[in-house]
Design a protein around this ligand. Structure first.
Ligand code: ATP
Ligand code: MG
Length: 296
């Protein structure tokens, strides 16, 4: 039974258990190991993605972290050394690779023969960067343009790379996306079995989360987890719940409240200092979230 948060005042402060008997409760399925992180701007998507990646890598899982945000800051959050992170060329600007796969260079103009649906299976092996704890980082560049559907070489390549990623097995994939819902379409969601929909306890944050949940549900993502981050007080939590109650038809698989935590800011740009868990209430709550995403 999944929880309708807006109607359930007893939903746990930290965690409401994952719904039983739904596709969400199929731990170990390949789809469940592909998790897309989405939500309004600045709510903590990248921080959460990086911390989950590092924590789970330390448990021995193979992790592929995918940066789908034009700002490309997942590398810094994962703890990739600054000079290495700065040198990363995202797939959508890797002109040689784009030409190799599609037969055309970005911006080459019309009249070129563009190879559609190229095979980009080798993108991870060739271009992923190794972050601490063995996390692999693939930097895609702006997925929103690809979602817009323009017929150009870089978007063809990004679409192909997303399709190839959605077929990977034997590793956990965490996809960090850029803010908003505009990019969140079928191409991006294909193959992903869980969505972490991140919000803060504001009207706008929860509004974007609800909109994303409706979209994700239409796209057929089976498990939708709502993460309300930067909670400072019970009043924050109550406010978020009140906003959710306005849309009782939106059902989430689980609810998580992550505390506001100065240690997160002190740790910037990397999540490194959060990893031992002892000093950071945020990290402790993310550990519990990880247990719901990937039950033992
Ligand atoms: N629980 C928290 N407590 C305090 N600060 C936090 C918390 N979570 C995130 N932050 C801080 O909030 C800011 C935004 O976080 P982050 O970059 O992870 O958000 P984002 O959703 O990825 O943003 P964008 O939409 O720009 O990609 C950062 O400065 C981060 O350190
Ligand atoms: Mg981000």
């Amino acid at each position: 039974m999944s929880k309708t948060l807006g109607q359930d005042p007893s939903a746990g402060r930290e965690v409401a258990p994952a719904a039983a008997g739904t596709a969400a409760a199929r731990p170990g399925s390949p789809e469940a190991a592909r998790i897309v992180v989405t939500g309004k701007g600045g709510v903590g998507k990248t921080t959460l993605t990086a911390l989950l990646a590092r924590l789970l890598a330390r448990r021995g899982l193979r992790i592929l972290a995918v940066d789908g945000d034009a700002q490309m800051n997942l590398g810094y959050a994962l703890g990739v050394p600054l000079h290495e992170a700065e040198a990363i060329v995202p797939l959508n600007r890797n002109a040689d690779y784009i030409e190799e796969k599609t037969g055309a260079r970005p911006g080459a103009g019309w009249g070129l023969l563009l190879r559609l649906n190229p095979d980009a299976e080798d993108a991870v092996d060739r271009f992923a960067v190794r972050a601490p704890d063995g996390v692999q980082l693939l930097t895609m560049g702006t997925l929103s343009q690809a979602a817009a559907g323009c017929l150009c070489p870089e978007n063809e390549l990004l679409g192909a790379a997303m399709s190839a990623i959605a077929l990977r097995e034997g590793e956990l994939i965490l996809l960090d996306t850029q803010a908003g819902v505009e990019h969140f379409g079928r191409a991006l969601a294909r193959g992903f079995g869980q969505a972490l929909i991140v919000s803060d306890p504001t009207f706008n944050g929860v509004g974007v989360a609800l909109q994303t949940a409706r979209l994700a549900s239409q796209l057929g993502i089976p498990a939708l987890h709502l993460v309300v981050n930067r909670i400072r007080s019970d009043a924050d939590l109550m406010r978020a719940r009140a906003y959710l109650r306005r849309s009782p038809e939106v059902r989430f698989t689980s609810l998580h409240a992550l505390p506001y935590d100065d240690v997160v800011l002190e740790a910037e740009p990397s999540v490194e200092a959060l990893l031992d868990g002892s000093r950071s209430p945020f990290a402790a709550a993310v550990q519990r979230l990880a247990a719901v995403l990937l039950p033992a």
